[in-house]
Design a protein around this ligand. Structure first.
Ligand code: S3P
Length: 441
């Protein structure tokens, strides 16, 4: 049964809110722990459905994961990267990160496996990952149109040099993971800088011996046959993408202020905050450098303080699109309400997310009475628009649900959100946390 929720217009947003653990880093923390030869403890683990999918898949491969009752910490017994043959297809649920990262570590195993997922995941492309892993020697096949399920017959991989045409952290991470098992070195060049959680974690675990990172050339070298990884403990920083929702609300509503402690400040994740600052937003980020090292897997962490501000649209740099890819539906929401016309380009990959997010964002905004144009690789529209309330069907896309809720709080009339419970995929207590901040007439 899907849930329908009504969001009423808000007048202010005030308070302090602690964000859930970062989803991208939580996937990696679990997967990397399974590649160690000991016991790893993960704190502040994300609890959403996507993380449950990674846990389910790792358990099906024989990894022992003990979760605390609140799901926010886990003890993982590493298996040196040698897994058990699963008895059934591995169900990645709605999680693209689970599917792609796991493909990288299943390709070099000694058994056959199948990666599948829900209807949304099965409609998303898997041909890029299949093609690059095949170049490394993998025996891997997809269904028609290069879609999942992905069938993998494990085999010895070889290191290769990859010049990726698509900027994707999931693709990059899968190749890096496969490279750890491969014979010889793997060199991966990405066209634009994407989030680098995988590289940071590896580099923190074994400095200079597993991986070298050339940020100027956007090239990563992974040294082969260096497993197992050393056991380690990690505290996952708060999710920078989840923090974008309260940040926008406190910016857009008058007389508002909000503090978000312990949020991840990876440069590959905070381009949205930088863009809002460029639009005139008052966002103060204070780095807590004490966390920038080993404890958080090499991730910078800090506190964000936000105050109301009047925003003006400024050009969105297409080079920075990968660093704000998950925030683009929310960016379109604030762009409609801010001064001056706006345009987002270079975001064609948004059509390959949990839904076709270009068209889902356009229809969300139109249902609220906004005038927007949909393009092959982005969206555009006028500024200074007003949301008049309406009904939005999220079609199960968590980022559309949360962006629609924010639009609802910023609307002149209530907004009904159909299938609002899909927020559980990345931010299970999104509505409760936001209710603590939002004030009504
Ligand atoms: C992710 C990378 C991004 C992002 C996704 C999570 C990751 O996808 O959209 O939500 O954890 O690596 P792509 O790298 O495929 O663009």
């Amino acid at each position: 049964m899907t849930q329908t929720l009504e969001i009423k217009p808000a007048v202010r947003a005030r308070g302090l809110s602690v964000m859930p653990g970062d989803k991208s880093i939580s996937h990696r923390a679990l997967i990397f722990a399974s590649l160690t030869n000991g016991t790893c403890r993960i704190e502040n683990l994300a609890t959403g459905d996507d993380i449950r999918s990674t846990i389910r898949v790792l358990r099906a491969l024989g990894v022992s994961i003990t979760l605390a009752p609140d799901g926010e910490s886990a003890i993982v017994e590493g298996r040196d990267g040698q897994f058990e043959k699963p008895s059934d297809p591995l169900d990645c649920g709605n999680s693209g990160t689970t599917m792609r990262l796991m493909a990288g570590i299943l390709a070099p195993q000694k058994f056959e496996s199948i990666l599948t997922g829900d209807e949304s995941l099965r409609s998303r492309p898997a041909y890029r990952i299949a093609s690059v892993l095949r170049d490394m020697g993998a025996d891997i096949s997809t269904q028609s149109g290069g879609r999942p399920p992905i069938k993998i017959k494990g085999t010895q991989l070889r290191g290769i040099s990859v010049k990726a045409e698509t900027a994707s952290a999931q693709l990059k991470s899968a190749v890096i993971l496969a490279g750890l098992f491969a014979r010889g070195d793997t060199v991966y060049h990405e066209p634009l800088q994407t989030r680098d959680h995988t590289e940071r974690l590896l580099h923190t675990l074994v400095p200079n011996d597993l991986i070298t990172i050339d940020r100027i050339e956007k090239t990563i070298t992974v040294y082969g046959e260096r497993l197992p990884l050393p056991p380690h403990d990690i505290v996952v920083p708060g999710d920078a993408s989840s923090a974008a929702y309260p940040l926008v609300l406190a910016t857009m509503l008058p007389e508002s202020t909000c503090t978000l402690p312990f949020v991840g400040m990876n440069a590959g994740r905070i381009a949205f905050y930088r863009h809002v600052q460029a639009m005139g937003g008052t966002i103060v980020m204070t780095r807590e450098d004490i966390h920038a090292g080993q404890a958080t897997g090499g991730e910078p962490v800090g506190e964000i303080a936000v105050m109301s501000a009047k925003l003006k649209n400024v050009p969105v740099d297409p080079e920075r699109i990968p660093a704000l890819i998950d925030e683009l539906p929310l960016l379109a929401v604030i762009a409609c309400l801010s001064d001056r016309p706006w345009e987002i380009t270079g975001a064609a990959r948004l059509r390959e997310k949990e839904t076709d997010r270009i068209s889902a964002t356009a229809s969300m905004l139109r249902n609220l009475g906004a005038d927007v144009n949909e393009h092959r690789d982005g969206l555009s529209g006028q500024g200074g628009q007003v949301f008049k309330g309406g009904t939005i069907d999220t079609k199960g896309d968590h980022r559309i649900a949360m962006s629609a809720a924010v639009a609802g709080w910023l609307s002149s009339e209530p907004v009904k959100i159909i299938n609002s419970d899909c927020v559980r995929i990345s931010f299970p207590d999104f509505f409760e946390k936001m209710a603590d901040l939002v004030e009504y007439h």
